[in-house]
Ligand binder design. Structure first.
Ligand code: CAA
Ligand code: FAD
Length: 385
């Protein structure tokens, strides 16, 4: 087993959640994982079960159909699920930390009843739509518009790279209403699947997280009622940034999970494979590599736990979340690559899983803010006054 969380003392409930997520991942997600990756198949049945187990709305209050848990429990669950299937975990992460969280924090009572409840219970899936063909890192350069027409917004434009793009039915869409006001003229509107003029575009053929459905979305004169605006007029960019601060902790946990999964496989293999008359872990080069891998996973996990604890305590977690994501995504790449090295030639083929983990790890350095963007967030924070 990977070294378990130390020094922070999990509560009984947190440990139970961690174990339940581990049991689910180990018993339900290994099956068919290689086929899903090959065929780019969304883990629909598994995500449905995750909803039934309460993993799709973990931090949402029970009043709105959620599990009412803390962020620490949430990241422990994300980590366990990511050890096996990072495509299932990104679906879970977007639904929990981007869509449900924003709806619960900024939504009206009507919006919570109508949109949050089915998302938190796992009955429906949500998507968070900020990125565009020409606005990724430079997120304030929104080209999608939400023109104010009195009782509704008229939404036009294209969103790119949207996770859960095809399987979602509730979309939080960031769009520019007043160009003169720059980022203070941006709104966040809730678009529902089936609205006239809303079309799901092409599916991306990706390097990793191939079970996750990543699509472009097209909006042509989509009439979105005013009551579907999340937050106040012009608050959309602030909502997106604040929501991403928490989302980044979830992605950091995903990276810890991918790294932890690769480490577990490498530990196991090093005890099975023999060369020169002994198990390969008895060669010091392999044992030391494993020691470095385990240390990195532990350090990344502690950064994640710290960010989650600050969030649970009501503090400002933007800096610690960015640090956790920056470091965890970096070590996920390193640990997955080392796990392949420990497997030798077998590591390079799909049957042994670690090559998929390296492909899956790469996305954690890109989405929810690239590593360069995390460094902008971190440096601005540590340099201010
Ligand atoms: N938390 C809260 N507010 C923030 C913030 C943060 N981390 N970062 C910026 N803001 C606020 C600023 O305070 C400012 O608001 P005010 O004027 O009201 O003070 C406003 O946002 C604009 O900020 P900046 O002037 O700093 O804007 P900028 O253009 O220099 O860049 C940025 C800001 C940090 C680079 C930002 O654009 C960014 O985070 N880019 C990355 C976008 C991103 O993470 N996309 C992820 C898409 S979702 C996704 O990827 C999901 C998935 O894959 C699964
Ligand atoms: P760019 O912003 O064009 O960046 C290109 C390179 O330049 C990067 O290395 C970047 O770090 C670097 N760079 C840019 N600006 C600077 C700077 N100022 N200083 C230093 N370096 C800089 N988005 C959503 O809204 N919702 C989703 O659900 C979602 N899911 C995704 C799923 C996948 C599989 C992928 C690939 C992307 C997803 N994204 C999603 C989009 C993702 O958040 C963006 O790809 C990411 O923010 C980077 O934007 P970009 O691709 O436009 O790269």
């Amino acid at each position: 087993d990977t070294p378990q969380v130390t020094g922070f003392g999990l509560t009984e409930e947190q440990a139970e959640v961690q174990q339940a997520a581990r049991d689910f991942a180990q018993t339900q997600l290994w099956d068919g994982i290689i086929e899903r990756d090959n065929e780019q198949r969304f883990p629909a049945e598994q995500v449905k079960k995750m909803g039934e187990l309460g993993f799709m709305g973990m931090m949402v209050s029970p009043e709105y159909g959620g599990s009412g848990m803390d962020t620490v429990s949430y990241i422990l669950a994300i980590e366990e699920i990511s050890k096996v299937d990072a495509s299932a975990s990104v679906c879970m992460s977007v639904n929990n930390s981007l869509v449900c969280w924003a709806l619960e924090k900024y939504g009206t009572e009507e919006q919570k009843q109508k949109f949050l409840k089915p998302l938190a219970s796992g009955e429906k899936i949500g998507a968070f739509c900020l990125s565009e063909p020409e606005a990724g890192s430079d997120a304030t350069s929104q080209r999608t518009t939400a023109e104010d027409k009195g009782d509704h917004y008229l939404v036009n434009g294209t969103k790119n790279w949207i996770t859960n793009g095809k399987n979602a039915s509730i979309y939080l869409v960031i769009a520019q209403t007043d160009v003169d006001k720059k980022h203070k003229g941006i709104n966040c509107v809730i678009v529902e699947r089936g609205m006239d003029g809303f079309v799901v575009g092409k599916k991306e053929d990706k390097m990793g997280i191939r079970g996750s459905d990543t699509h472009s979305l097209m909006f042509t004169d989509v009439k979105v009622p005013k009551e579907n605006r999340l937050g106040t007029d012009g608050q959309g960019f602030n909502i997106a940034m604040t929501t991403l601060n928490g989302g980044r902790i979830g992605i950091a946990a995903q990276a810890v999970g991918i790294a932890g999964g690769a480490l577990e496989l490498a530990l196991k293999y090093s005890k099975e494979r023999k060369t020169f008359g002994k198990e390969i872990h008895k060669h010091q080069a392999i044992a030391f590599k494993l020691a470095d891998m385990a240390t990195k996973v532990e350090a990344a996990r502690l950064l994640c736990l710290k960010a989650a604890q600050i969030k649970d305590a009501g503090g400002d977690y933007s800096l610690s979340g960015a640090m956790a994501k920056l470091y965890a995504s970096k070590i996920a790449m390193e640990v997955a690559s080392d796990a392949i090295q420990i497997h030798g030639g077998y590591g390079y083929v799909k049957e042994y899983h670690v090559e998929r983990m390296l492909r899956d790890a790469k996305i954690t350095e890109i989405y929810e803010g690239t590593s360069e963007i995390q460094k902008i967030v971190i440096s601005r924070s540590i340099l201010k006054d």
